[in-house]
Design a protein around this ligand. Structure first.
Ligand SMILES: NC(=O)c1ccc[n+]([C@@H]2O[C@H](COP(=O)([O-])OP(=O)(O)OC[C@H]3O[C@@H](n4cnc5c(N)ncnc54)[C@H](O)[C@@H]3O)[C@@H](O)[C@H]2O)c1
Length: 328
């Protein structure tokens, strides 16, 4: 059991809530800072200390760091909607960069030198080689991916100049739920919860964007990684932070599933027919995004438990059937 205190930014959101749950189970003390702009109070674990506020608020951060001995920060808080990033880059730049820099500066000022950062496969853009290794070229296709890549670079300079140790995780498609915490974005843009709206009788069909890609069935291929496996990687990062150098790791299962295969798996799990409406391709949607996660397995001993798509879908179906309106 650990008695370390971890500050989790964005702990009222999807991945942050699951990570907080795991940290508390393992005996960490967790402080969640979240302004609830896309998160939910109900998603904050009752045993976490919750601070409603903005990660860019310098005086709030100063109070937090002064009154708690925080060993490390896990930084989930961000603007995450790819769809609005290019039309409203200001809020992405402000939140994912400016406010996040305020967080780093507060960490340095109060002697906290360890951070785990949520980055994304969107930093790669259209991949040249699949499975994608961390050494693959980066060429984000939208402002969201760009802000994540820029912050990775900021972390690189903070490591070099100020000794701030960082572990950066580039998540592929986070999916699945625990018994208590699940995926409830508003607006929802992620495939799995959108598909499950049909068997939940909250939607009549699912839109599929592009069925003429050069893939098994013409629909896009993505690598789905269970949110609990993502949370596990964060714990490993905290445990091994002292032994490894600042580094970037992909988090994915190394297996790709087409959109049609995900829909078919949802039909099997929910025992419900899910009608599809075919739509044109979306700009900036690569045909195939599959991770190489060899590096994180080798260096952090990460072993994903949910390697089977059906198990990932099952976990989501259980949560969404139980919490039909999410955290609302
Ligand atoms: N969900 C995915 O598939 C996925 C994939 C790749 C990367 N990521 C990254 O993982 C992280 C978590 O994603 P998620 O899906 O849980 O998102 P989410 O929107 O569910 O959670 C983000 C949380 O951060 C909070 N927040 C945002 N800005 C804040 C601010 N300035 N101050 C305080 N709180 C703030 C929100 O209220 C929300 O609770 C994000 O950084 C995202 O970019 C997610």
């Amino acid at each position: 059991m650990s008695e370390k205190t971890i500050l989790v930014t964005g702990g009222a959101g999807y991945i942050g809530s699951v990570c907080t749950e795991l940290l508390l189970t393992l005996g960490y003390r967790v402080i969640v800072i979240d302004n609830l702009q896309t998160g939910y109070l109900n998603a904050v674990h009752p045993k976490a200390q919750f601070v409603k506020g903005n990660i860019g608020n310098k005086s709030l951060l100063a109070r937090l760091f002064k009154s708690n001995s925080i060993q490390a920060v896990i930084h989930f808080a961000a603007e995450t909607l790819v769809t609005t990033a290019n039309t409203n880059p200001q809020s992405y730049l402000r939140n994912n960069l400016v406010r996040s820099i305020n967080l780093l500066d507060a960490m340095l000022e109060y002697g906290c030198h360890q951070i785990v950062f949520s980055s994304t496969a969107a930093v790669y853009g259209e991949p040249v080689d699949v499975p994608i290794k961390e050494t693959h070229s980066t060429n984000p296709l939208n402002a969201y991916g760009d802000t994540k890549l820029m912050f990775e670079k900021i972390l690189f300079y903070y490591a070099k100049a100020y000794g701030l140790k960082s572990i950066i995780f580039r998540y592929f498609n986070a999916a699945g739920c625990t018994d208590l915490y699940g995926e409830a974005h508003d607006p929802e843009t992620h495939l799995l919860p959108l598909i499950l709206r049909v068997p939940l009788k909250q939607a009549d069909n699912i839109n599929v964007y592009g069925n003429d890609y050069d893939t098994r069935d013409g629909t896009c291929v993505r690598d789905y990684v269970h949110v609990s496996d993502i949370a596990n990687a964060h714990v490993l990062a905290l445990e091994k932070m002292q032994q490894v150098k600042s580094s970037i790791y992909n988090l994915g299962n190394e297996t790709g599933f087409t959109v049609q295969e995900v829909i078919a798996t949802c039909e099997k799990v929910t025992k419900c027919t899910i009608p599809v409406v075919n739509k044109p391709r979306r700009v900036g949607d690569p045909a195939r995004l599959i991770a190489s996660s060899e590096k994180v397995r080798r260096e952090l001993n990460w072993v994903p438990i949910y390697t089977d798509l059906e198990a990932i879908v099952e976990s989501s179906w259980v949560w969404h059937s139980r919490y039909r309106s999410g955290y609302g």
